[in-house]
Design a binder for this molecule. Structure first.
Ligand code: COA
Length: 323
C-alpha cells in the first residue's frame, strides 16, 4: 500500500524573541504569571509588513533543502493557517509562486491550531489516492495580527512562526511496522464556537477581528479530547502508548501538555516542548517542534512519532508516523 513519508523538515521564526518582561512593559502582566500559568518565557513576532506567506516560504524552502529537493519536485502544497495574507486567494498559492512552482495544486486548510494535523491528513489521503507524489505541508501563522493587545488574558499566549515538512509517497506492507504515516484521526464540534473564535471576518464585519477565548473552558476540553484522540489514532495504527517514542503536540500551554501526558500515563520525557520559547503559534507549532527535534537528533529513523492538536472550532486530531 502507499505510505507517505516525512523526508524533510524546516522552520522559520521571525525577528528576535520578545520576553515576558518586555511584554509586561506594554501589557498589565508579569513574567511570573505567564510562566506559572503557561510555561511560556518568550515569543517571536513578525515585523510590520512581514506576512504569513513570507514566513511559510522561508520554512518551505528550508524543508526542501533538508530533503535535498527542489520546488519543481513538489506537486502539492497544503498550508494550515488561520491568519492568511488575504481573504483570498489561498496563502498556499502565494507560497507556490514564491517557490517558482507552476504545476500541481496549492490550497489552505482552516482548522486553526489543528491546521497542521488536518493538512497532513489531507495530503496523506491525496497520496494514498495517487493524486500527489511529493507535497509540502506547512503550518504558518501571524497571530500577532489578530490579538487584542488590550486583552491580557489572550495576548500573552501567542506568537508568530512557520514550519513545514516535505511528504513523499512510498510503499509499505500495511502493517504497524511500516515507515511513514500510519494513521490520522480528525474531529470537530462546532457547538463550541464561542470558546475560541475571532470576532470578525469578511461575511460578518468585513474586518479581520480579534481572537476571543474562554481559556478555562478550552483547557478542560483540550485535555479530555486530546487524550481520547491519541488513543484512537494509536488504535488505528495498531499501536499502544508503550510504542510511542515521541509526542509532538500542538504547543498551547505546558499545563495542557503535562495534563494530557498524565491522562495517557505517558512519560513527560517523551514530549517535545517548544511552547516555552515559541508560545502558541497555532498551526505552525507542530512542524516547528518537529523541525527542532529532528535537527537536534532526538527523532530517529524507525521511531514512532505521535502528533496531536486542538484548536478553535473546536477542531482536534492526531496523527501517528513511524519516522
Ligand atoms: N497577567 C496577569 N494576570 C492575568 C493575566 C495576565 N496575562 N491574564 C489573566 N490574569 C488574571 C485574571 O484576571 C484573573 O485574576 P482574578 O483572579 O483577579 O480575576 C487571574 O489571572 C486568573 O485568571 P484565570 O483565567 O482564572 O487563569 P487560568 O488559571 O485559567 O489561566 C489560561 C488562564 C488562559 C492560561 C488558561 O485558562 C489556559 O491556558 N487555557 C487554555 C488556553 C489555550 O491554550 N488556548 C489555545 C488552545 S489552541
Amino acid at each position: 500500500m502507499i505510505r507517505s513519508h516525512i523526508v524533510g523538515c524546516g522552520a522559520y521564526l521571525p525577528g528576535n524573541p520578545v520576553s515576558n518582561a518586555e511584554l509586561a512593559r506594554r501589557v498589565d502582566t508579569s513574567d511570573e504569571w505567564i510562566q506559572q500559568r503557561t510555561g511560556i518565557t518568550q515569543r517571536y513576532l513578525a515585523a510590520d509588513g512581514e506576512l504569513t506567506s513570507d514566513l511559510a516560504l522561508q520554512a518551505a524552502q528550508r524543508a526542501l533543502d533538508h530533503a535535498g529537493m527542489k520546488a519543481s519536485d513538489i506537486d502539492l502544497i497544503v498550508l494550515g493557517t488561520a491568519t492568511p495574507d488575504e481573504t483570498f486567494p489561498a496563502t498556499a498559492t502565494k507560497v507556490q509562486a514564491g517557490l517558482g512552482m507552476t504545476r500541481g495544486a496549492a490550497f489552505d486548510v482552516q482548522a486553526v491550531c489543528s491546521g497542521f494535523v488536518y493538512g497532513l491528513s489531507v495530503a496523506d489521503s491525496m497520496m494514498k489516492n495517487s493524486m500527489a507524489q511529493t507535497a509540502l505541508v506547512i503550518g504558518a501563522e501571524t497571530f500577532s495580527r489578530i490579538l487584542d493587545w488590550n486583552d491580557r488574558t489572550t495576548c500573552v499566549l501567542f506568537g508568530d512562526g512557520a514550519g513545514a515538512v516535505v511528504l513523499q509517497a512510498g510503499q509499505g506492507q500495511g502493517t504497524p511496522a511500516d515507515r511513514g504515516v500510519l494513521s490520522n484521526i480528525l474531529h470537530s464540534d462546532g457547538r463550541h464556537h464561542d470558546l475560541l473564535y475571532v470576532d470578525g471576518g469578511p461575511s460578518t464585519t468585513q474586518k479581520a477581528g480579534f481572537l476571543r477565548m474562554q481559556g478555562k473552558e478550552v483547557f478542560k476540553h483540550a485535555v479530555t479530547n486530546l487524550a481520547d484522540v491519541v488513543g484512537e489514532s494509536l488504535a488505528a495504527a495498531g499501536l499502544t502508548t508503550a510504542d510511542v517514542d515521541w509526542i509532538v503536540p500542538h504547543q498551547a500551554n505546558k499545563r495542557i501538555l503535562d495534563g494530557t501526558a498524565r491522562k495517557l500515563g505517558m512519560s513527560h520525557e517523551k514530549i517535545v516542548v517548544t511552547v516555552d520559547k515559541h508560545a502558541n503559534t497555532s498551526a505552525a507549532s507542530i512542524p516547528l517542534a518537529l523541525a527542532e527535534a529532528v535537527a537536534d537528533g532526538r527523532i530517529k529513523r524507525g521511531q514512532v512519532v505521535l502528533m496531536e492538536a486542538m484548536g478553535g472550532g473546536l477542531t482536534w486530531g492526531a496523527s501517528v508516523t513511524r519516522w
